[in-house]
Design a protein around this ligand. Structure first.
Ligand SMILES: Cc1ncc(COP(=O)(O)O)c(C=O)c1O
Length: 427
């Protein structure tokens, strides 16, 4: 699924999402423009929830993309949230989310982060022994706060090394292999201010083969046997993380959210049965696979530069400031001429951004129809980790963001102004 579920080519021959013509939206709202399809967000989120059933909990990982209107749709579909900073927590609370549906993660939570998480009533996913000390100061005597412990199962998934987290050599979590996890759980169970409700893991992101999750589950369940036998501890919740990959190009064929949940559930349930363990509630926390396919980036072509026999650069009015992914980990995208997406490709071009870095290239070598200045191009699968990682590099305001559905477009985030750029400056 490269396009949002409502995508079609309309009677004018233009790309349309949520009943809205992308060329018209570009004209009315300006570019760069990010367009989220509400139906896709709901379909992806509800597929997770339906597959999970009563076996556990689905949290949306707010780091992939968070905006109040978007988070309200997520809440309406029955998902909780995973946040990683007091800032994400603040945005979630401002959007109406309550702490009892929030998990607070992060490998180096500050005193302020943990205090905010405690006050909100969120479940804190402890990532290092340092947090035990901080929580001793934050949680008042006589009280206990719910925590999970993040484990590092020692499994390396088949994804880019920059977005792989579950292996031994990782800054995240207590390693099972080294014995650190067992020691930390024993310490947490003795901690007077903590109630250990579960254990957590997350292997990485943009994972297209589910075998790593089955492998990690086996490793965690072996640990659960040890914990039951030696510490008489059986967690109520077991987190398998997020990480399901999406299609960025027509060649990608990722598993569905249903396949993701069912594979992990099966590994959990059969693994527990084999070990005579009580089945804990499963927690998954997808981000990319919900926000990613729902979002399209829309740009206008500006300068075109030909280097005969070498390359044609087609520059657009966005780039690494709104989408750093191609440069951060070699992410690949497709692009389409929004006024005629079915037009046969004419020639190979490279789509460059407008930022003053020669590495600011969105797509290297893509076959496109003949493009001219003023054309609108749309990049699918741009809903996750693009705006979330955006910057004001080169003093360029961030784009406007729309949510579309039933032929209506709602502004979720207005285009930044020049005054926004200096709002925090002290003159
Ligand atoms: C701990 C944790 N949970 C969940 C996610 C969401 O992952 P994804 O967006 O790939 O589903 C991430 C992102 O890498 C993460 O670090």
């Amino acid at each position: 699924m490269l396009f949002p579920v409502t995508y079609r080519v309309n009677a004018a021959g233009h790309m349309e999402v949520g009943g809205c013509d992308l060329v018209k939206l570009a004209r009315e709202h300006g570019t760069p423009l990010y367009v989220y399809d509400e139906a896709t967000v709901r379909q992806r989120a509800s597929e997770y929830v339906a597959a999970m059933g009563s076996a556990g909990q689905v949290l949306y990982s707010a780091k992939a993309f968070a905006s109040p209107r978007f988070l309200r749709v997520i809440a309406e579909e029955g998902l909780g949230l995973d946040v990683v900073s007091a800032g994400e927590l603040y945005l979630a609370q401002k959007s109406g989310a309550t702490g009892d549906r929030i998990h607070f993660l992060g490998n180096n939570k500050s005193h302020e982060d943990l205090e905010a998480a405690y006050r909100a009533g969120a479940t804190i996913v402890v990532d290092g022994a340092y947090e035990f000390e901080l929580l001793r100061e934050i949680v008042p005597e006589g009280k206990r706060t719910p925590v999970m412990l993040r484990l590092s199962p020692g499994v390396k998934p088949d994804t880019h090394s920059h977005i792989s987290t579950g292996q031994l050599d990782s800054k995240f979590g207590f390693s099972i292999e080294s014995g650190a996890a067992f020691k930390a759980i024993a310490e947490a169970l003795q901690h007077p201010r903590l109630e250990v409700v579960g254990l957590h893991s997350h292997l990485g992101s943009q994972i297209l083969a589910l075998g790593a999750y089955m492998q990690a589950m086996e490793i965690m369940l072996d640990l659960l046997v040890l914990l039951r036998d030696e510490l008489h501890f059986e967690p109520r919740k077991l987190g398998a993380g997020g990480g399901l990959g999406i299609a960025y190009t027509r060649d990608d064929d990722p598993p569905t959210p249903r396949q993701f949940v069912e594979t992990i559930r099966h590994a959990l349930e059969t693994g527990c049965a084999r070990r005579d363990l009580k089945v804990p509630g499963l927690v998954v926390e997808p981000g990319r696979s919900i926000a990613g396919p729902a979002g399209m980036a829309v740009y206008t072509v500006g300068s075109i530069k030909d280097i005969p026999e070498v390359r044609r650069y087609v520059a657009v009015d966005g780039g690494m400031g709104d989408n750093i992914r191609p440069k951060l980990y070699g992410a690949r995208y497709e692009a389409f001429l929004a006024s005629n997406p079915d037009h046969a490709p004419d020639r190979m071009v490279t789509i460059a951004g407008k930022y003053c870095e020669s590495t600011d290239i969105l797509i290297t070598d893509i076959e496109m129809p003949e493009l001219k200045t003023g054309d609108i191009i749309a990049m699918p699968a741009a809903g996750a980790y693009c705006l979330a990682m955006s910057s004001n590099y080169n003093g360029i305001p961030r784009p406007e963001v729309l949510m579309v559905g039933d032929g209506q477009a709602h502004v979720m985030r207005r285009r930044e102004t020049l005054d926004d750029l200096i709002a925090a400056e002290v003159f």
